[in-house]
Design a protein around this ligand. Sequence first.
Ligand code: F6R
Length: 259
Amino acid sequence: MLVGIFNSEDEVAQAAAKKIIDVFDFQPESVLGVATGSTPLPLYRLLREAYQKGTFSLKEGQAFALDEYVGLPVDHKQSYRYFLVNELVGDDKTGLLDENLRTPDGNAPDLADAAIYYDDAVAAAGVDIQILGIGSDGHIGFNEPSCSFASRTHVGALTAQTRQDNARFFASIDEVPTQSITQGLGTIMEAGAILLLATGKNKAKAVKQMVEGPVSARWPATILQHHPQVFVLVDKDAASELELTDYYRQNWDSYHRHI
Ligand code: F6R
């Protein structure tokens, strides 16, 4: 893991945007794995600005969402498809075509079938670079504690902690769905490169576990220690429980001097 520690969430977003722009510069038909939630919002703003300036485009690319709530209508403002269309799709955003944004179907009559169908589509496309956030309970995608490291796209229950964390997007916690359909940890681990973004104090414990803790299903993000190309991009608050910050800074500088 390469850990980049930045002064602000804007700097985190700039570092992430640079890596994504480099990938699409090299290969405009690349496949981007996209997260939802608050953390990537400054990044998506930068990608839209880059598209408007002509320095980046998803027009020839594809994007695959990590997850979707079960049971929310697609036109519900908190559905992840609605969120991603709003952030990325169209000529006024990043040029991404609606048909090239793929999201799991959280309203399918047979959710297990929909999960297999989605997993096959992700695997066939092959994600080149995956954006991840992290839950305060250590989830990535919606792979909650105890999830198998080998899991594929599946339906799972959200923890009480996750529903509490996400209640801020809904009128009340009772409206937060109880289940999601999410890429599995095994699916996510097949991405070519991973950018994990974390900002704010409430992510500090999960970041500490992910980077310095033992690999354990108690903290699902720890599986990323086994991925060869992970960039952990954090602000000072999210990095505040890390022990080896001097080394991480040194290693980050060393890596970026040599590429
Ligand atoms: C979202 C997702 C989740 C979020 C995580 C952090 O697609 O898969 O893992 O990245 O819950 O959410 P925020 O960024 O809102 O703190």
